[in-house]
Write a protein of this length. Structure first.
Length: 74
């Protein structure tokens, strides 16, 4: 597995899979910023640590929600 992501010259990478869109950009301090959204809209996006490798963060679509929500789960 790659240890880093090379952002293209435009400074943007878009990853689309199974209705989930991840937009990767960099800021002025060369940090990678990730914006996740559902392709159809209105789905809950689950972000969690991978079960086998805690260094990997996974994104998945969950159930449909009624409106914008943000909740922190510990």
């Amino acid at each position: 597995m790659a240890k880093r992501i090379d952002i293209d010259k435009a400074g943007l990478v878009e990853i689309v899979g199974k209705g989930l869109i991840l937009n990767l950009t960099t800021d002025d301090q060369d940090r990678i910023l990730i914006r996740a959204e559902s392709e159809a809209g209105g789905y809950r996006i689950k972000i969690k640590v991978h079960e086998d490798d805690p260094g990997i963060i996974t994104y998945a679509l969950g159930e449909v929600i009624g409106g914008p929500q943000l909740s922190i789960v510990k």
